[in-house]
Design a protein around this ligand. Structure first.
Ligand code: UDX
Length: 458
């Protein structure tokens, strides 16, 4: 057995995989984690990346990095209209990417074979480039399988009149996609709705004709959705997540992480603190920001709050807070610009996570057994939040307007009451499943073996 393992490792040496992450934090992290997983399995790694949100290669001295000009102007390189940004990237990167990939393919070092290309599913233009250059393209979809199925159902949802949903009752169930309600159908604010349609079609259709799709998820979490996916998409599927549990916390953070968060947590009681973060893109207005602040303060529960510069529209950072707000709390609250989130969720003082339900945050919370308060903002987050609250029952959905009494009540329900304890028990069970799936014989372990053999077969 050992010899066979050694044989496979030797076989992989001399094989290079080229990865192309989408330049957004929630997409960069899982792609670089996947790169590390493949590297640890013996593959050489090349990363192609855009100038926009350029990567810090010094954290990965064993990978080779290749930067391409994305041609975005300063005003175009903005999250204000995410759909417009994604569409533009898929147009402007075609020529530089093709050029870079072509060079990498023709200049392979020491007779090393380039086994395949792995790109984010949102880089849909790369399928045609890969076909032209005759290199197999695998896709990494960084979101949940369940939300992908909802994106794939957009044409049906349009046909049935759910999109746009102006005439539908927001609380009404969507019988075609249980357990979703009309208000959970992913929305993206954009000035060009037709472009959303194109991006969605590109993402789905170019995944359908790829050589296979890799998922940061695991069987026991999304069994039903994975079975549906396999029926609807005729390409090999590799659910090998949760990626971040393959090794100790790694850093592909675009912002520097404030470690004062950890020393502050060290002084708190076990399971006493609520951690609050809305990820790398979502934004709120100043009224919502103030309601959040007062809801946290009035709950009397200690809190660690990530206020990313740009979180509050129109503000630099925390200036809309009343003067002396934190001082008034006498050490019960701590605010940082960006935090080492994986370490925080694993800290014994953390008892709950108030999140926007980006898929990475959702998985990271599950892997540490931390129950959630769900406040989805856009896109796949709406689907993830519904699964957290109504399928896995490991969190409470802040469904109504963001206002302080509701926030205070919800924090207390999760942190202090019996129903919070029940959610904690359910999420601890999922955490165990996540641990098991990565061990020999587990579903993700096996799926990774399948993926490696598949890459070697090219
Ligand atoms: C985006 C989309 O918003 C989300 O819906 C999609 O699922 C992925 O892309 P983002 O807002 O970045 O996601 O959230 P998320 O997916 O949760 O990823 C955020 C990452 O940043 C996580 O890995 C988290 O650990 C990390 N993070 C967050 C930090 O390292 N520090 C912080 O302070 C906050």
């Amino acid at each position: 057995m050992e010899n066979q393992g050694e044989f496979h490792l030797q076989q992989r040496k001399g094989r290079r995989v080229i990865l192309f992450p989408l330049p957004l934090q929630g997409h960069i992290n899982p792609m670089l984690q996947l790169a590390s997983i493949l590297y640890n399995k013996g593959f050489s790694i090349s990363i192609i990346h855009t100038n926009f949100n350029s990567l810090n290669s010094s954290n990965y001295p064993h990978f080779s990095f290749h930067s391409i000009p994305d041609g975005l102007s300063q005003s175009e390189a903005s999250f204000a209209d995410m759909v417009a940004l994604l569409s533009l990237l898929n147009v402007k990167c075609v020529a530089p990417f093709q050029d870079c990939l072509g060079k990498l393919l023709s200049n392979s070092v020491d007779g090393e074979k380039i086994a395949c290309l792995i790109t984010d599913a949102v880089w849909y233009f790369t399928q045609t480039v890969a076909e032209n250059l005759k290199v197999p393209r695998l896709v990494l979809r960084t979101n949940s399988v369940s939300s992908f199925l909802v994106f794939a159902a957009f044409p049906l949802l349009r046909e049935k009149g759910y999109m746009p949903a102006q005439d539908c009752e927001p609380e009404a169930p969507v019988p075609e996609l249980p357990p979703l309600r009309v208000k959970d159908i992913p929305v993206f604010e954009t000035r060009i709705p037709e472009t959303l349609h194109q991006v969605q079609l590109g993402l789905i259709n170019q995944t359908r004709v790829s050589s296979g799709c890799i998922w940061n998820s695991f069987q026991d979490l999304e069994q039903v959705s994975l079975a549906t996916l396999q029926k609807e998409f005729p390409v090999p599927m590799f659910p090998i997540g949760p990626f971040h549990k393959y090794f100790p916390a790694s850093s592909s953070s675009l912002l520097s992480q404030d470690r004062s968060a950890i020393s502050w947590l060290d002084k708190q009681q076990p399971k006493s603190v609520i951690y609050v973060s809305f990820g790398s893109v979502a934004a709120i207005n100043d009224t919502e920001f103030l309601e959040t602040a007062w809801g946290l303060a009035n709950s009397m529960v200690p809190f660690l709050w990530v206020v990313r510069p740009g979180l509050v529209r129109g503000a630099e950072w925390t200036e809309p807070l009343p003067k002396g707000f934190l001082e008034m709390l006498d050490g019960r609250g701590h605010i940082v610009k960006w935090a080492p989130q994986q370490e925080i969720l694993a800290h014994p003082a953390i008892g709950g996570f108030w999140t926007h339900n980006g898929w990475n945050s959702t998985l990271e919370s599950i892997c540490e057994g931390v129950p959630m308060i769900c406040q989805p903002c856009f896109g796949d987050q709406m689907v993830n939040a519904r699964y957290v609250s109504h399928v896995w029952k490991i969190g409470l959905h802040l469904e109504r307007k963001l206002e302080r009494e509701e926030i205070e009540k919800t924090i207390k329900r999760v942190m202090l009451e019996e129903e919070g304890q029940e959610m904690r028990e359910r999420i601890m069970y999922l955490k165990e499943k996540a641990d098991i799936c990565l061990k020999q014989g587990g579903s993700s372990y096996q799926s990774l073996e399948n993926l490696i053999n598949y890459i070697l077969s090219f």
